[in-house]
Structures are given as C-alpha cells and as structure tokens.
Design a binder for this molecule. Structure first.
Ligand code: PBG
Ligand code: ZN
Length: 325
C-alpha cells in the first residue's frame, strides 16, 4: 500500500474520522490522585516546586478529596507527614498515626472514594530512608516486619488497597501474609514493582519531607540503566501475590511500561512522578508550552505504552478536561 494508491491523510481529514479510528483512550477511571496529609489543623501549604499541590491537614484533605471524587477520579493514594519522626518510623504503624487517622476521616465523609495507601518508612524515619538502618544501610529483613505492620494498620483503619514503595526484597509476600492472617485477604496490593533510583523524585521529597539525611536510595531502588531487571522485579512481586504492578517514574520509563505490559496479564500502573509534574508546570508558567495539550498528550503516552492506571498530580485537571470534552 503505497502512495498514490494509499493516502494516510484521507482518514485524518475530518475530526469525526479521527475520533473513529483513535487507537487509545483515556478515562477518569484510569486516574489515581496522590495526596499529602500533614499532622495539625488548618494546614493548606502549597509545595513550592509543585504549584497546585498542597500538604493538607486532615479536614482540608477530606474536603479536597471530595471535590476530586466529584470530578470522577475514583481513587487517591496517601502520603503522610507525621507529627514526629524517629529511627524506626513509629508513626507509620501507629493506630492513631497520621495516615490511619486520614483513612478513617476519608472513609467517613467520602466512602465511595477508593483509599490507597503508600506503604513505606521514609516519611516516618528521622534519617529519611525507606527502612531500618543497620551498619549504614537499610536492613532488608528487619524492615519487612515494619512494612507488614504498617500495611496491616492501614487495612485496619479502612484502607481499600495498599501500595508498598520501599523496594525491599520479599515485601509483597510479607504484607500479603499478614493481611491474610488477619482477615484482610480481599484487600488488593499494588506493588511499586519497578521503581528506579530517580532524580525525578526531587519535588516529592519536599512535599513529603522525606529526603534521606545521608547517602541515597541506590542500594534498594533500581539502576536507571536496567531493563531486564524490571521484569525480574515484577515477576517476583507477581509470584508473591501482587494484584497490580507499577512502573515508576513514568515518562522516562515508557519502554519498561511496555515490557511489563507484554510480559504479564495483571493490571499495570505507572507513576507520573513529582519531577515530571514540576517540569510541565514550570514550562507552562513560562509560556513555553500549551499546558493542557502537553498534559493530555503525556497521559495518552502512558496508555499507549500499555498502562491501565496512572498515578498523577494532574488527575483533577485531567478529569476536568475529560468532563468538559
Ligand atoms: C516513597 C515514595 C517516593 C515517591 C513515592 N513514594 C519517593 C522516593 O522514593 O524517594 C515518589 C513520588 C514522586 O516523586 O512523585 N518511597
Ligand atoms: Zn520510601
């Protein structure tokens, strides 16, 4: 089929045709909105590097979550900024910890909104690492116990799904076991399966106040150069009982999203992370790009790469655009 017998432009010539042959679609149902819950009251503090994204105290978070839900976004994922941090991240698994209280408040006011929790230690430890420190590095097996306790306490507070982001080996099995043993066998687990040690997390660490106080996360998060390893990581999580597997960050790792989509039959999620959001906002603020267009094109790229779900700080804007049509 070559020119002039075939002309690609025929089917592009009318908007109605373009709509009819569009290969990929995006729905508000695909979106998960990350939110930051801070200890205190009356807090609505914008993250300077993430215009439009705030740390909220619980009552403000609930109000905001309700609006986002009304736009058609089915789920939020929660990150906590506790009152106090310590070496073992006690607030992470405290019955009245910041996330546990936030879950209860959300479930009371917006019961139909799916509440997903990020399961990790870095927001709760004074050293900012994702687990317990032994000899200057995060100790894998000691950390598993705390992550399991944290996930269980989220489920007990009413979380609809848990999402471990720590990258310890064996954490999916550890969390699955403790949930099952305690009657939460129906709570799904979304694993951050292929999570890379990325510079794109910079603004998030301001938002979650979780910057490591020494070293970096390269001994547990993945090397950005590795592709086969992502399949290995995902396979481990699938075999340990993950229900959804995630790739993170998003745009710089679309090849990984596609690899994982091709290899597994589980739902695939992608995390459009803080740095990706900040870059769009900064360019838009300078008038260098058409923000709306770039956001929607970015979302489509995730779907085209094979993602079913998108965790994105753009979720409310995207839902609004989709609603407007
Ligand atoms: C915690 C966690 C991080 C993100 C999600 N969960 C940060 C990190 O690993 O340093 C990043 C999200 C973002 O940048 O938007 N483990
Ligand atoms: Zn962490």
């Amino acid at each position: 089929m070559y020119f002039p017998t075939f002309r690609s432009r025929r089917i592009r010539g009318k908007e109605v045709f373009r709509r009819m042959v569009r290969e990929t679609s995006l729905s508000a149902n695909d979106l998960i909105y990350p939110m930051f819950s801070a200890f205190g009251t009356g807090i609505r503090k914008e993250i300077s590097s993430m215009p439009g994204i705030h740390q909220f105290s619980i009552e403000n978070l609930v109000e905001e979550a309700q609006k986002v839900h009304e736009l058609g976004v089915p789920a939020v994922i929660l990150f906590g900024i506790p009152e106090t941090k310590d070496a073992v991240g006690s607030d992470a698994y405290a019955e009245c910890g910041i996330i546990q209280e936030t879950i209860r408040a959300l479930k009371k006011t917006v019961p139909d909104l799916a509440v997903i929790t990020d399961v990790c230690m870095c927001e709760y430890t004074d050293h900012g690492h994702c687990g317990i420190i032994k000899d200057g590095d995060v100790d894998n097996d000691a950390t598993l116990e705390l992550l399991a306790k944290e996930a269980l306490s989220h489920a007990q507070a009413g979380a609809d799904m848990v999402a471990p982001s720590d990258m310890m080996d064996g954490r999916v099995a550890a969390i699955r076991n403790i949930l099952d043993e305690n009657g939460f066998e129906n709570i799904p687990l979304m694993s951050y399966a292929a999570k890379y040690a990325s510079g794109y997390y910079g603004p998030f660490r301001e938002a979650a106040e979780s910057t490591p106080q020494f070293g970096d996360r390269r001994s547990y998060q993945m090397d950005p150069a590795n592709r086969r390893e992502a399949l290995r990581e995902a396979r481990m999580d699938v075999e340990e009982g993950a229900d959804i597997i995630m790739v993170k960050p998003g745009l710089p790792y679309l090849d990984i999203v596609r690899d994982i989509r091709n290899e597994f039959d589980l739902p695939v999620a992608v995390y459009n992370v803080s740095g990706e959001y900040s870059m769009v906002k900064a360019a838009a603020a300078n008038g260098w790009i058409d923000e709306e267009r770039v956001i929607m094109e970015t979302m489509l790229s995730f779907k085209r790469a094979g993602a079913d779900l998108i965790l994105t700080y753009h979720a409310p804007e995207v839902a609004r655009i989709l609603k407007r049509g």
